[in-house]
Write a protein that binds this ligand. Structure first.
Ligand SMILES: Nc1ncnc2c1ncn2[C@@H]1O[C@H](COP(=O)(O)OP(=O)(O)O)[C@@H](O)[C@H]1O
Ligand SMILES: [Mg+2]
Length: 427
């Protein structure tokens, strides 16, 4: 459990904006645009705040990773967390040898299977069957070994009927299911997983997490990137926290995730851009959450007193007319456990909107929440039935202050997040 199986030393990756975008043909225009926009916003923000620019001298160049060093031991289950754009996927691409680092070194002792963003790992023209054999061969397995796993892979992925169809015809769900099944069953020594579980349906995600757990118990090494902090906590022992391309922390998962969730001192006045909380796989840009305010203030631990009303305003950008859109808001506690799940359809509200900007309000008069820190996850779906959610997750939301309440003043450190004010005691 102690020899390093992966050693990363002084790893840096520089992207030349524009050039790279032209190289990566699969990258959508939309992605390229939002990347350019984000980098412009970042530069502007950094300049305004007097912060040293993290870009290179040339505004066209950008360091996605800067001097990253860490080790992973054999059998270690490492979570990698960090906001969108922190460099997680870039790191995993380098570890999987899909991208070359600009400088630094990676030493790996073992066969790696990676499950990166949809679009990597499989050959689109080949059938599911052929891709399974190809991936097995890449992992150094014999045909007999692969054949012995074949049935399990196909049934786990539930693609029996399409096994001889080229994978380019697969839906993204089928694609991910097969990719996961291949990576998980072909017994690599090191399994690298990047966010992909966000794609499949909930039942499949559960099965994947179960499978990852099995693999981990067999003593294999796993690197797991997820925006789902609860899953990272459940699965991993140690975690690496990346911030703007650098290692902010590597320690026990509990400690790292707690630091990650702690409100940053600047949160209240200048929260991070909402794009940093966006779930990577979203709808085709039909509707997008572009801003959130809480009681008139930008999100980010807005202060409320016990009993105060909560009004969440969500600004949307709609690029294709929406009929019967659905809104969902989850309120999460300081450990990111959902304490309440609110759906617009519960009260018969559906979004009908033309192209353009739109603002939706959710008012909650009775907030039975105890003092503490709360996060929000917001989702919009273009219709009730399709899986087209735009989701922003784990946004720092609000803090409820108990200093207006005598009982809480007397014992402010009580656990629990549900507030029950009128308890009748009797004998
Ligand atoms: N091919 C590319 N060309 C230019 N910039 C890129 C490219 N890939 C990633 N980046 C940028 O590098 C940064 C890190 O990206 P990424 O590793 O995908 O972060 P994460 O997975 O943590 O969200 C982001 O700012 C992203 O826009
Ligand atoms: Mg990523």
């Amino acid at each position: 459990m102690s020899e390093p199986i992966i050693k990363v030393e002084g790893l840096s990756k520089r992207y030349i904006l524009g050039h790279q975008a032209a190289q990566e043909r699969y990258q959508s225009l939309r992605e390229a645009l939002s990347r350019t926009l984000r980098s412009t916003l970042r530069t502007t923000r950094d300049m305004l705040s007097g912060r040293q620019l993290i870009q290179g001298d040339d505004p066209e160049e950008f360091w996605a990773l800067k001097d990253v060093s860490f080790e992973v031991c054999k059998g270690e289950i490492l979570g990698v967390i960090g906001r969108n754009g922190a460099g997680k996927s870039t790191l995993l691409k380098i570890l999987s040898r899909i991208t070359e680092p600009t400088s630094g070194r990676v030493t790996i002792h073992g066969r790696v299977a990676s499950l990166l963003e949809v679009g990597t790992g499989f050959h689109p023209e080949l059938s599911g069957r052929e891709n399974i054999y190809l991936n097995g061969a890449i992992l150094g397995m014999s045909r007999t070994e692969i054949r012995s796993k074949f049935e399990q892979i196909v049934s786990f992925a539930e693609v029996e009927r399409f096994i001889d169809t080229p994978v380019k015809r697969y839906s993204s769900g089928m694609y991910v299911r097969l990719a996961f099944a291949v990576a998980a069953h072909l017994e690599p020594e090191i399994l690298i997983i990047d966010e992909v579980l966000a794609v499949g349906d909930i039942a499949f995600q559960k099965r994947c997490l179960g499978k990852i757990n099995d693999i981990a118990r067999n003593g294999r090494t796993i690197i797991f990137v997820s925006h789902d902090i609860a899953a990272v906590r459940k699965l991993t022992v140690n975690a690496l926290y990346l911030e703007r391309g650098s290692v902010k922390m590597k320690a026990r998962t509990e400690e790292v995730t707690t630091a990650y969730l702690k409100p940053q001192s600047g949160d209240q006045n200048s929260p991070e851009p909402i794009a940093n909380y966006r779930r990577p796989y979203r709808n085709e840009g039909v509707l997008e959450i572009v801003g959130v305010t809480i009681n008139g203030q930008p999100f980010g631990h807005v202060q409320l007193m016990i009993g105060e009303k909560l009004c969440i305003r969500i600004h949307l950008h709609i690029s294709k007319e929406v009929e019967s859109g659905l809104a969902s808001i989850n309120i999460l506690d300081s450990e990111l456990r959902v304490v309440s799940s609110i759906l617009s359809s519960d009260v018969g509200y559906y979004l009908n909107a033309k192209v353009g900007g739109r603002t939706i309000n959710l008012s909650l008069d009775q907030l039975s929440l105890a003092p503490g820190i709360y996060f929000l996850s917001l989702g919009f779906n273009q219709t009730v039935s399709t899986l087209g959610w735009d989701v922003v997750e784990n946004l720092p939301g609000f803090t409820i202050d108990g200093s207006n309440n005598k009982a809480w003043m007397m014992r402010p450190d009580r656990p629990g997040s549900m507030l029950i004010q009128a308890a009748n005691w009797s004998e």
